[in-house]
Design a protein around this ligand. Structure first.
Ligand code: HPA
Ligand SMILES: [Zn+2]
Length: 337
């Protein structure tokens, strides 16, 4: 890729819409927090932990990801983790970040819901004050757990309703179809929450369809397997349902064998609204700009694609309309230079 295209990708204003905050925990921070909190890890060093990041599928990643999150106990731990991510995102010129968090990973270990959300939220407030970066939180339900568990989590979340804008669905996809959470999502909808779900990452296109029809989600996280179903692809294009695509994640979790095999270009050619995101940057080998530069290095994408991806990152966000328009105008001004 030529240097000027790389510069554009790195410097253009962008939003990140698919990032699990627990997936931003770098091994160094995991060890620092383990020491601070007296938590014993299965790994004896940062290097040994990093060497364990050789995943074969989604589940092999999730096992290590949940183990890493076990060092998070105090409000300050959640703050420090989020602060570190936002600093990296700011350096990548992320102007708006919608972050997933997994409360059940923490409440299961006896950490209070309020501790989790308060620490993450305080870091977002500081990033807004210091860097003018906006942010929002999306609470994810772990789909390998029960509907009852999800309802209990929603109850715990309600006193903090002002601190998150929506809900999502993550963790082990296969065998846990969206309809398992139909009633929880219906309740969240009544509460005025924004709705998203992971679908069509490892799971079949059918899960994308039921996420739309049964859960009534507004965006699909990943969704890359939609291309296996022509009618579904047409529907996604026609209805402008955004897909939050995470290229390095897809390669690390073997959804595609190599970056060059990624279907990003075909998704764009099909007229879909696509955004590029980092998913779990500490585990998958890069932050959002690394995802952009990798895809533009191996696929025949050009400056027009870059502009479209930047614009659509704001268009697909849950920002108020006037903020979307302002940020998309900034993208246009940036590319007009
Ligand atoms: O990519 C993912 N898929 C499902 N669950 C997850 N939880 C963190 N990252 C992911
Ligand atoms: Zn994800």
């Amino acid at each position: 890729m030529d240097a000027s295209l790389r510069q554009l990708l790195e410097k253009m204003p962008k939003a990140e819409l698919h990032m699990h905050i627990e997936g931003s925990l770098e091994p160094e921070l995991i060890f620092a927090l383990a020491e601070r909190n007296g938590v014993t890890l299965k790994y004896s060093s940062v290097d040994e932990l990093r060497r364990a990041y050789a995943f074969t599928d989604l589940q092999s990643f999730l096992d290590i990801y949940y183990a890493g999150a076990s060092v998070l106990l105090k409000e300050q731990d959640f703050y420090d983790m989020t602060r570190a991510y936002l600093g990296r995102a700011h350096a990548d010129n992320v102007r708006h970040a919608e972050l997933f968090f997994d409360p059940q990973t923490h409440t299961e270990r006896g950490v209070d819901f309020g501790t989790v959300i308060s620490g993450i939220h305080r870091a977002l407030q500081d990033a807004a004050t210091e860097w003018g970066m906006s942010g929002a939180l999306i609470m994810c339900f772990l789909r390998h757990l029960s509907e009852e568990d999800a309802f209990a989590t929603l109850e715990q979340a309600l006193p903090y309703r002002d601190k998150f804008i929506g809900v999502g669905l993550d963790s082990s996809e296969r065998g846990h179809p969206p309809e398992k959470f139909a009633r929880v999502f219906a309740r969240c909808r009544e509460l005025g929450l924004r709705l998203v779900a992971h679908a069509g990452e490892e799971g079949p296109p059918e899960y994308i369809r039921t996420a739309l029809d049964v859960l009534k989600v507004e965006r699909i996280d990943h969704g890359v397997r939609c291309l296996e179903d022509a009618e579904l692809t047409q529907r996604l294009a026609r209805d402008k349902v955004p897909l939050t695509v995470c290229p390095l994640s897809n390669v690390k979790l073997r959804v595609f064998d190599r970056a060059a095999d990624h279907n990003l270009q075909r998704l764009l050619d099909a007229g879909l609204t696509v955004t590029i995101n980092s998913d779990d940057p500490a585990y998958f080998g890069g932050y959002v700009n690394d995802n952009f530069t990798e895809m533009f290095s191996v696929l025949p994408l050009d400056q027009r694609h870059a502009r479209q991806l930047a614009r659509d990152s704001f268009a697909a966000s849950f920002l108020p309309e006037q903020d979307k328009r302002r940020l998309m105008a900034e993208v246009d001004a940036f590319f007009a230079q």
